[in-house]
Design a protein around this ligand. Structure first.
Ligand code: ZN
Ligand code: ZN
Length: 227
């Protein structure tokens, strides 16, 4: 059966990733098959799938962790990598819809009972924003807000342009990201926020965002589409 959205907006008829017909969540059967949902035991800190719920090696070795925890909906496998870069660089609207559904399901699974004042997002540098035209994390944050009724507040700006971040090693990333983010002035009553991003890889970005937000007295939980 078609959802109301699919009737109203025919673009939802077509898979966001290929030309086949939509089966569920804006994706065709074939593409959906390649998406691996994260289920079962996870690292209690970063949300990585594990044999048992304990800390993973990365979380165990991280010197200081500033975020309470990260949770993600799906594995960052080859398919997800392709889908996320398609979305990031072409801003496919159908994909935004699909990713928002993934985010929402992880939110309902893990964070339903946490009392968030705001949803916020990982910012991009204004130069990058100009090139790309949009910030995927911001778009996802607004999509999640529509579904959860938690308001969005843009709390961070990126003051260092740390392009081609993904090609660097962990220690270099740590170094370049240090003091890359700034906290904007905000209402005095914020206690707890949900930080949204498209993907969690080493945790360096979320940890650095959380560090500056902690300094401003804000507790940070993180939610990403993939990890
Ligand atoms: Zn497809
Ligand atoms: Zn972990």
């Amino acid at each position: 059966m078609r959802s109301a959205l699919e009737v109203l907006f025919p673009m939802y008829d077509k898979c966001g990733f290929c030309d086949r017909r939509t089966y569920r969540n804006g994706m065709c059967k074939m593409c959906l098959k390649e998406v691996e949902m994260i289920r079962g035991a996870i690292c209690e800190r970063c949300g990585r799938p594990m044999g048992q719920a304990t800390l993973c090696v990365d979380c165990f070795q991280r010197k200081e962790t500033y975020f309470m925890c990260n949770r993600s909906a799906v594995l960052y496998n080859g398919k997800m990598k392709e889908m996320l870069s398609l979305y990031k660089f072409r801003g496919q609207e159908t994909l935004a819809h699909t990713f928002a559904l993934f985010l929402e399901s992880a939110y309902r699974q893990y964070y339903q009972r946490v009392n968030f004042d705001y949803i916020t997002f990982v910012p991009v540098h204004e130069e990058r924003l100009r090139e790309r035209g949009f910030n995927q994390a911001q778009q996802l944050a607004f999509q999640l807000s529509l579904r959860t009724k938690i308001p969005v507040l843009s709390l961070l700006t990126k003051i260092k342009n740390t392009d081609k971040q993904s090609k660097k090693h962990r220690s270099q990333r740590l170094h370049t990201l240090y003091n890359a983010f700034h906290v904007r002035p905000f209402p005095a009553r914020i206690k707890r926020v949900l930080l949204v991003d498209d993907v969690y890889t080493t945790g360096t970005t979320v940890n650095e965002c959380a560090r500056v937000l902690n300094k401003a007295g804000i507790i940070v939980y993180s939610l990403t589409v993939a990890r």
